[in-house]
Design a protein around this ligand. Structure first.
Ligand code: AMP
Ligand code: ZN
Length: 498
């Protein structure tokens, strides 16, 4: 365990708090996962890059991490506030497939994206695997906290103390909520179980004491969190939108289930710390899944951007700040990553940091004492930054300083390279393995292959050597017309880019 205390912003108290594990030496984290009715957009992926960075910081600090990202394959309606149609059933009807096939397809795509973004493997329980447990949960809280209507079993939010504290919501006027379910006692009341309307069949439905139907969306996270991590667990994460409805409802269910009182003691909420990442925004609305083509990781790759450039782009902003997406911003992140990789890849050929990493993991403190003092200071700076509510923007600067020292070829280059790779364990940018060639991704619509470009450039070199500038310029122009920019004198040593 390292010495710098880890401070995290708890949305429940709106304060920075020191992380104190509930189970000695362990960190248990639950992150709300995707609804697998469609591809994930890169805004969704920001939520998991944030959660993964949190997990890596906890591991780096020596905690044994258990991390769950659930998969919602039933129950999420088109509005978070329990209105509209089930997202899965709606997509299944549109694509003329079964809801189960839709879920499988998009879960696999999601997991591929996680891997491409270097999100470490986590547990991905599916809601449909926990329906029985959800029914049992409903039975346990029904009498004291719920009431039945024709459309389902509803949770009465007035039966728990401090409902909505996480959102700082005014509940009596139902702020921000649509209320079309007749008979609800409070506007914020939400479904624990939604009955299949008489005369209809749903693809996904189960028998329950309240009739055939499907669980409400909020219930799954309470149930899976408790089943896999035990109450209270350490940290619950999600996007900032969940701070308003989904998480207050989860908390209310947890209070009801555990028979706990108010939220002055955060542990009564089911978790000790609730963390929320801010949104990735895009001006032209390309993030909205309902608006035709939207921004997916695959689109970035199709345009020639390595997924880790997007991971770096996210880390260039603090997770609690809104981040505006732009192609220029992504290009800048890619260039920054290339700069790091160019130096690190060269040094990796002569220095092996593996033994140092192993030694650091065995006994961090004595290993650090053996490092050159200026490098140790850089690692300490890095640790202070990430311990300050995951401040990745200055942490990246510390990483670059280590890389620059490593590249400068001093006597302590090896120490500096180790420091960079060690910091990379938190940032997850693959600096121990990534190559410049990996970063050179051919856009889908590129007209030339790499070999063709290299051959043209060789011809251009020969023309220049023979002082035949007309031919050399013609080759340059013809490449430009095919979308290849020749980069003479580029400090990174890249001769061309698409
Ligand atoms: P959903 O599949 O809609 O439940 O969203 C999955 C996760 O992505 C949740 O944690 C959301 O809060 C989060 N999220 C949704 N949109 C964005 C966005 N534009 N930027 C960052 N996170 C988002
Ligand atoms: Zn959730």
């Amino acid at each position: 365990m390292t010495d710098t205390p880890l401070k995290l912003f708890n949305s429940l108290t709106r304060q920075l708090e020191e992380f104190q594990p509930i189970h000695e030496g362990e960190a248990r984290v639950y992150s709300c996962g995707p609804t697998v009715y469609n591809y994930q957009h890169i805004g969704n992926m920001r939520a998991y890059i944030f959660a993964d960075t949190l997990g890596r910081v906890l591991q780096w600090k020596g905690y044994k991490l258990t991390h769950v990202i659930n998969v919602t394959d039933v129950g999420h309606l088109t509005s978070d506030a329990d209105e509209g149609e089930d997202k899965m059933e709606k997509m299944a009807a549109r694509e003329n497939k079964s809801a189960w096939d839709i879920a499988k397809f998009y879960q696999e795509d999601f997991e591929r994206d996680l891997a491409r973004l270097n999100v470490q493997p986590k547990q991905h329980p599916r809601a449909t695997e926990y329906v029985e447990a959800m029914i049992a949960w409903g039975e346990r809280i029904a009498e004291k906290h719920c009431y039945e209507l024709d459309s389902g079993l509803y949770f009465d939010v007035s039966t728990v103390a401090d409902y909505g504290r996480l959102a700082r919501a005014v509940t009596d006027d139902g702020e921000g909520r649509i209320d079309t379910v007749e008979g609800k006692r409070n506007q914020a009341d939400f479904a624990i179980w939604r009955k299949t309307p008489a005369g209809e069949t749903r693809q996904m439905e189960w028998d329950s004491p309240w009739g055939k139907g499907a669980p409400g969306w909020h219930l799954e996270c309470s149930v899976m969190g408790e089943a896999l991590l035990g109450f209270p667990f350490d940290i619950h994460t999600g996007g900032i939108d969940h701070r308003e409805i989904h998480h207050p409802n989860e908390i209310a269910q947890n209070q009801a289930y555990c028979c706990t009182n108010g939220l002055d003691d955060a542990r009564n909420s089911g978790a000790r710390i609730w963390m929320h990442n801010n949104f990735l925004v895009e001006r032209s609305g390309k993030m909205s899944k309902s608006a035709g083509e939207f921004l997916r990781l695959q689109l970035l790759v199709d345009k020639g951007y390595h997924p880790l450039a997007y991971r770096l782009m996210c880390q260039q902003a603090h997770y609690r700040s809104e981040l505006e997406f732009s192609w220029e911003g992504l290009q800048a992140a890619l260039t920054r990553l290339k700069r790091m990789v160019t130096i690190v890849e060269r040094l990796r050929q002569s220095v092996s940091v593996e033994p140092m990493l192993r030694a650091a993991k065995r006994d961090r403190n004595s290993f650090m004492e053996g490092l050159n003092p200026s490098i140790r200071e850089l690692v300490d700076d890095f640790e202070n930054f990430v311990s300050d509510d995951l401040s990745t923007p200055p942490a990246l600067v510390a990483l670059e300083r280590a890389i620059n020292v490593a590249g400068a070829g001093t006597a302590w280059s090896g120490d500096a390279l180790f420091a960079a790779i060690y910091m990379n364990e938190v940032l997850g940018l693959s600096l121990a393995t990534l190559t410049r060639t990996d970063l050179r991704i051919r856009p889908k619509d590129a007209q030339l292959t790499e070999a063709e470009i290299e051959a043209e450039l060789q011809r251009r070199k020969e023309a220049r050597a023979a002082k035949d500038f007309a031919t050399s310029d013609a080759i340059r122009d013809s490449l430009a017309a095919k979308g290849v920019e020749v980069m003479d004198g580029d400090p990174l040593g890249w001769e061309w880019r698409l």
